[in-house]
Design a protein around this ligand. Sequence first.
Ligand code: AMO
Length: 442
Amino acid sequence: MNQNTVMIETELGDWRRTHYSDRLSPQMADSDVTVMGWVLSVRGHGNISFMMLKDKEGEIQVLAKAGSCPDEVREKISRLKAHSSVGIKGTVKPSEKAPRGIEIIPKEIRVFSEVEKIPPFEPYAKTVKNIDTRLEVRPIDLKRKSLQHIFKARSKILQAIRNYFYENGFLEINTPKMIATATEGGAALFPIFYYNKEAFLAQSPQLYKEQLTMSFEKVFEIAPIFRAEPSRTNRHLAEAISIDVEEAYVDYNDIMKRIEDLIKISIKTVNDYFKENTDSEFITVNMPDKIPQYTYSELVDKMQKVGAKTEWGDDLYPSNLKKIGLSGFYFIKDWPIGPKPFYVKMSKSDPKISESFDLMFGDLELSSGSTRVEKRAELEERMKNKGLKIDAFEYHLRAFDYGMPPHAGCGIGLERLIMSLTGTENIRDATFYPRDVDRLTP
Ligand code: AMO
């Protein structure tokens, strides 16, 4: 090694970024800055190299030219492969030719991670067909612009939803995810070993959020739910995020109003994001003044009129919903009581019907909710009819001996909400690391 050769450091050490790329401006000419990020491209030849550096806020050009930066730094930059992670200390210079009218003349470089491998797909490509190839290296996939926009919009929507709950007097709760009994009749369970007992991953926070209305009246939780879904579809996950709401002294009509509020603020949030980020290719979602409500029976009639094969009591299948031309957001309410879980309240006017609803977007179910049973005897009766062991639920039923208020609530699937608001077709792209029948990694 030549005595004058400078070792290129590979550790972060005491270096800290002074500016994100978007904060650099021609007004900062001659300032010394430290930037960090990933190499987007390196081009040039002989005595001059242009490097584009990317961080979470944008991109900046680094110009390494013989005579204006140390030779070792220039040589190192000229050999860097795209995606390597680096830090640069240098001086800001105005430049008419640089993409943003400025560039950095480097004085020192630290190469934290040098990339030798070519990723299995171009990380900044607009589309990559095979989702499995993408998921294998998900952190690289998530650098792609379309996914960046989905997840940034998702984060803003979550923030707006949380704000709504806080502003309206709801308490944020967390309930156990390892539980002793099933809550959602139809959905399959993941059994787990809990010390020497069998337990399950929670299908929903249902029973706990109901109990907490006794202590806090208005509660919400945003957390994972686990469903051993055997289905390989673009709308089912084994682990999804549910926005759960539960409120005392209200019924399902009041909860539909809450949902209407939440949908309105979510649409506003996503449309604002879209306006600020003109390079995103989101659909613009229109919000009707009121979300239309149809009763289950009304829709069965409509389906039968257009010749769809369906009987009163059947589920309302997506193919049949399409046949009657329903689109956008709408509620289907007053479902048959039969298939509904034990905690859903029967209608006072018709014992065949429940005080329940689903929120739909086209043929996609985004949420279900209901008025709940608040009398212990009625709850036990419903459980017996469903063949459930009452003793196993004693820990829950006990709460009903001490003044359970009338209450109602709902669960909204976050990934499905994001799909509807951003036009994302595969639910796997509305979550960071999807879990499904075939996938437990990465
Ligand atoms: P439900 O079982 O209908 O109701 O679930 C509520 C909402 O959660 C979402 N969801 C899913 N999303 C992705 N993949 C899945 N496998 C999945 N399963 C459900 C859907 C669905 O509408 N305890 C009740 C809610 C309540 O009454 O408060 C419940 O869990 O968007």
